[in-house]
Design a protein around this ligand. Structure first.
Ligand code: ZN
Length: 317
């Protein structure tokens, strides 16, 4: 556990929150009195569920010994996950290509070990909540957070809440029109071939060009193709959800030259249709502003909401 400023942290607090960003590669855990404030954090690789959760649980038990009892813990999880409370498998990672993790009971494991309420959502919904509370969508009630990296996923926030229907949306697998000069590549989604993820994720870039995106020069044709597909994504999101802003994050978007290319192609594709085409693309399609912390901050936001809800129920009684 990396502590910071434990002199002030020892003061009594009304509420202590835990946040977990559970990624397929790494887990990040934080503890603190509010979503913007982490008193301690820990980060470790995602191994087996048993080993990974042992480290998570140790972190929070140490945190409770230091700072007092937790009110709630939020977890933004890689997936797919089951968010349906009536399903019998609520809070599980369902069937994932990640070895050892299919059918893992995340919420049950954490709530049994820690004895606190657990707020559970997808990694992208978590990142969206974080950006909404403290980042690039601060003050907005309708926006979309997209990550473009190993996979493509999106958290859609509608009227301040992540949108989950019969399951969480799987925006990354939407179908987009093929670029005319991209007919030689079949796409690498194991389910759909040339869905958006199969055409525009980090592994798709590597499969198409035989090199990782990081090693491709700025004038490589890969980037115009990438902008074409991601502009199509932004058009579809705009027409489907009418967001006030779209945040594009993830490893692929570290290539910041993509932003002006996507904005310009987005404006061309939308072609003046809908009032949303009146907004400035510079303020509409933007990078995240929490620099890799969106998910853990969002997990703390969810934990805070859950703690508040539980407290209001106790007051009502
Ligand atoms: Zn797919």
């Amino acid at each position: 556990m990396n502590r910071k400023d434990s002199a002030t942290a020892a003061l009594p607090v009304k509420r202590l929150l835990g946040g977990i960003e559970g990624g397929g590669t790494r887990f990040n855990c934080v503890i603190g009195p509010s979503p913007g404030e982490a008193w301690a954090r820990s980060s470790f690789p995602t191994t087996t569920p048993a080993d990974t959760f042992a480290r998570v649980i140790d972190f929070f038990r140490e945190g409770e010994a230091e700072y007092g009892a937790l009110s709630a813990v939020g977890m933004a999880s890689f997936g797919p996950v089951d968010l349906h409370r009536a399903s019998g498998f609520y809070g599980h990672v369902t069937t994932t290509p990640k070895p050892h993790w299919s059918h893992t009971d995340v919420v049950g494991t954490l709530s049994r070990a820690l004895g606190v309420p657990i707020a559970f959502d997808t990694d992208v919904n978590g990142a969206a909540l974080g950006e909404g509370a403290f980042g690039a969508a601060r003050g907005l009630r309708n926006f979309v957070y997209v990550t473009i990296g190993t996979g493509i996923g999106a958290g859609v926030v509608a009227d301040g809440r992540p949108l989950n229907g019969a399951m969480h949306p799987e925006v990354g697998h939407m179908l987009v029109p093929r670029a005319v000069d991209d007919s030689h590549f079949g796409g690498n989604c194991r389910y759909h071939g040339d869905c958006l993820e199969g055409l525009a994720s980090g592994p798709a870039i590597e499969a198409r060009w035989g090199r990782r995106g990081e090693s491709l020069p700025p004038d490589h044709p890969a980037w115009a193709l990438q902008a074409e597909y991601l502009a199509g994504l932004c058009v579809n999101l705009t027409l489907s959800y009418a967001p006030e802003r779209i945040i594009l994050g993830g490893g692929v978007m570290a290539r910041r030259q993509l932003f002006p290319m996507i904005r310009s192609r987005f404006a061309e594709l939308l072609n003046g249709y809908t009032a949303l085409s009146e907004v400035s693309p510079e303020g509409f399609i933007v990078p995240p502003s929490l620099a890799g912390r969106s998910g853990e901050v969002g997990a703390m936001v969810a934990a805070g909401r859950l703690a508040e809800h539980r407290e209001s129920q106790r007051v009502d009684r």
